[in-house]
Design a protein. Structure first.
Length: 594
């Protein structure tokens, strides 16, 4: 472990490069400053390091310290004064874009998709024998996209060979071109049946840069994603990063390899789950995409909903959720035509921010649907292995995530982390808490937090070098606690008592349909004892008492008796009345008391 008292870390995003300074003072790592500047990977600069120097230059102005010398970042590693460590992540230039292939779409192709997403890639298409397309359609599609690399999978060990050769022939016929660079061959990672390696190599010949890794689905009931993910990361550095303008220079500055931004966030989420000993769900909702990262039962998954976002993709949210799906979250009357017109204006001017109370409520309604749809997408991919025949016993009836079942278990979830402008910069923190609760419908006892300034990428790459420092800054400076939600799950009768609770010195009852908030300040923890009604679960099993610590925040402790799944009243006036009551109870109503 390196001895570092000063750490500079940057995240080179598609539009903005962000720099942070972390220092160790009195044996404790804390965030000391942050700077940002436009990313300069495109014309007229064509050099990502220009944006890096500008962002670090702002950091110098804010802290009064010097980290730049002779147009480069200085570190003691280079024998000069400066930060002890310089680390960086990157998603500039659109991040890492991949095409994946498999034999069966819901088996080997889905495993390949999990491998690529877990390595921080954006999967731009999935080619499979049973994907419903003719060969000429697949060839046309491959020709129309320009991936950074291809992950080729299929066949368990001793399984099919011919289907893999057919896929290789498709790639030869399509002759895909790389997105960056003209003079290098497109990297293709082969992680399929080892019996087909030699023949696939003969078919592809010298048309691509073929890298052979272990089969990522050697058996129907076994995934081996690690080698493929490491190969993706290695090729990202050697091929993609090397071709992007200025990255060859940046790689000589950093103290450890540059990491893709999504992979770095995933590393931080996994470290948080390991440290906290709980299941964790993190979401980053942006203008064009919504990324979800999760660790359930120790298994990490990531999905990218590339058509769900708050600005450039707001039209897709409207198309998928429907106008009624968005309108159901609005506490004020608004007909379908008026809603569509508002969202069309947003599509015309995607970078605008809400100017009125109604604009804010509409955007937060869109966010609820985008988050809900993204979680459904995540749950479909974060699942047990499909195609596995299982002998079921009585014991299996009480286990989760059997073949093809989702791993996402909202009852076991201990922490939800939100990031993205709509959550991190909500006018009131209680609004962010309510959006997460409404969209994700957590069950049991769940802490809520937001990433204050989206520094999880920098902390993720720091975690690969100094995990203790990354976790310390993550807990003290990155996460803003929102509070804790307690949501009993089960069959409720209207007006029945679903929970008897004691939180600190306060006692009370929660009835079906009620939504209560108990004040508990940020940084405060208190003991809670929760006794659910018969057949109702609050985290310890049906009808069993839960006892433990709950954490405060701007939203305090929220007692959510609305049931799961959450159902809104069918009558419009009653629904709007309920929504207004819930916002007021949570302290989330714009202009109302907190």
């Amino acid at each position: 472990m390196p001895d570092a008292s000063q750490i500079v870390a940057t995240d080179c995003g598609s539009t903005t490069t962000k720099a942070i300074l972390i220092e160790r003072r009195n044996g404790e790592y804390r965030l000391q400053g942050r700077g940002e500047a436009p990313t300069t990977v495109e014309a007229p600069f064509d050099d990502v390091t220009v944006g890096v120097l500008n962002a670090v230059g702002e950091l110098e102005e804010l802290t009064g310290q010097r980290f730049i010398g002779e147009s480069r970042l200085r570190t003691p590693v280079a024998g000069e004064a400066g930060a002890d460590l310089y680390l960086s992540t990157s998603s500039a230039g659109g991040g890492l874009q991949m095409l994946v292939t498999g034999v069966v779409k819901t088996m080997t192709a889905e495993s390949a998709q999990r491998a690529a997403l877990g390595a921080g890639a954006i999967v731009i298409d999935v080619i499979a024998v049973d994907d419903g397309r003719e060969d000429h359609e697949r060839v046309g599609r491959i020709r129309s996209i320009r991936p950074d690399m291809i992950l080729m999978s299929g066949g368990t060990e001793g399984g099919t060979v011919q289907h893999l050769l057919d896929t290789a022939e498709l790639l030869v016929a399509a002759a895909p071109r790389p997105r960056l660079g003209r003079d290098f061959r497109l990297p293709v990672i082969y992680a399929g049946n080892s019996d087909a390696r030699a023949q696939v190599g003969e078919v592809l010949g010298d048309r691509v840069d073929l890298i052979v890794e272990e089969n990522l689905r050697p058996q129907l009931d076994l995934e081996n994603l690690g080698p493929a993910r490491e190969a993706i990361h290695r090729l990202f550095l050697e091929h993609v990063m090397a071709q992007a303008p200025g990255y060859d220079k940046l790689l000589t500055w950093t103290s450890s390899p540059v990491m893709s931004t999504p992979r770095a966030v995933g590393e931080m989420v996994q470290l948080a789950a390991q440290t906290e000993q709980t299941d964790v769900l993190a979401v980053d909702i942006g203008g064009a995409t919504t990324d979800i990262f999760s660790v359930f039962g120790g298994q990490f998954n990531r999905t990218v909903s590339a058509n769900l976002g708050m600005s450039y993709s707001v039209g897709n949210v409207l198309a998928e959720a429907g106008a009624d799906g968005i309108r159901r979250w609005l506490a004020m009357p608004l007909d379908e035509d008026a809603l569509r017109n508002r969202l069309r204006n947003k599509m015309i001017r995607p970078t605008t921010i809400p100017q009125t109370r109604d604009d804010l409520l509409i955007e937060q309604a869109v966010a609820r649907e985008a988050l809900r749809l993204a979680l459904a997408h995540h749950g479909a991919l974060a699942s047990g292995l499909k195609g596995v025949a299982q002998a079921r016993t009585m014991a299996d009836l009480f286990t989760q995530a059997s073949a093809g079942e989702t791993l996402v278990d909202m009852m076991s979830l201990g922490l939800i982390i939100g990031s993205g402008g709509i959550l991190s910069h909500a006018p009131r923190r209680q609004q962010a808490a309510l959006m997460l609760i409404d969209a994700f419908e957590p069950q049991g006892v769940t802490r809520l937090a937001v990433d204050s300034i989206f520094m999880m990428p920098q902390l993720g790459v720091l975690a690969s070098v100094l995990p203790e420092a990354a976790m310390a800054v993550f807990e003290r400076d990155c996460l803003v606690p929102l509070g804790t939600v307690i949501a009993p799950a089960g069959r409720f009768r209207d007006g029945s008592v679903v929970l008897e609770w004691q939180v600190g010195d306060e006692r009370g009852q929660l009835r079906a349909g009620e939504f209560q908030r108990l004040p508990l300040l940020p940084g405060q923890r208190t003991q809670a004892e929760l006794s659910p009604g018969r057949g109702i679960d609050v985290g310890a099993g049906r009808g069993r008492m839960w006892s433990g610590q709950v954490e405060g925040g701007p939203a305090g402790v929220i007692l959510d008796g609305r049931g799961r799944p959450l159902r809104l009243p069918d009558d419009d006036s009653e629904r709007r009345k309920k929504l207004a009551e819930w916002m007021a109870s949570a302290g989330a109503a714009p202009g109302g008391p907190q």
